[in-house]
Design a protein around this ligand. Sequence first.
Ligand SMILES: O=c1nc[nH]c2c1ncn2[C@H]1C[C@H](O)[C@@H](COP(=O)(O)OP(=O)(O)OP(=O)(O)O)O1
Ligand SMILES: [Mg+2]
Length: 190
Amino acid sequence: MSSSSAAVPKHLNFITGNKNKLAEVQAILQGVIELQNQNVDLVEIQGTVEEVTKDKCRRAAEAINGPVLVEDTCLCFKAMNDLPGPYIKWFMLSLGPLQMHKLLEGFEDKSAQAVCTFGYSAGPGHEPILFQGRTDGKLVQSRGPTVFGWDSCFEYEGQTYAEMDKSEKNKISHRGKALDKLKEWLGSQV
Ligand SMILES: O=c1nc[nH]c2c1ncn2[C@H]1C[C@H](O)[C@@H](COP(=O)(O)OP(=O)(O)OP(=O)(O)O)O1
Ligand SMILES: [Mg+2]
């Protein structure tokens, strides 16, 4: 067993400041494992998705001094060679969902991929384990409620995430797919 392996956790302490993320993770992990939440303001470095998530996870484990689950979400545009990726948050904050589609106005290819990477660490000094899910879609002009980030500008099979029921989104979403892998891992640890 590698140093990243640890006994199956009885509960997960999900470190996030995003209430919408938390609500989805709670809904998806309902009945699977007990979820706790702490909001710790974590520095997010620059790098690949994997590097960003691992670093976030290590910082969270140190801040809490215990086991943690973190998650980092990316939105990647094919026409931009996967940018903004992990930096989508700053584009969201400055453009908002109503103007997001303008980023690809000069490109024919509107392909976008939503990527969700969870990191679990058993505590400080324990190497984070990653669980990633990806969903292919398109960047479109905002349709549907603008409640959660770029949900209204990401179209999957004719519907934006914002136009779907929550349960429908969770079945096909980047986050749902990543959590399927986490659930599989939890099951294999018993
Ligand atoms: O399913 C999603 N549907 C639409 N928008 C989403 C989704 N998931 C994250 N988002 C937004 C939130 C933030 O603008 C950026 C990710 O940044 P990211 O650093 O991962 O999230 P955050 O800073 O809000 O919370 P955290 O405290 O967990 O880092 O994309
Ligand atoms: Mg963040």
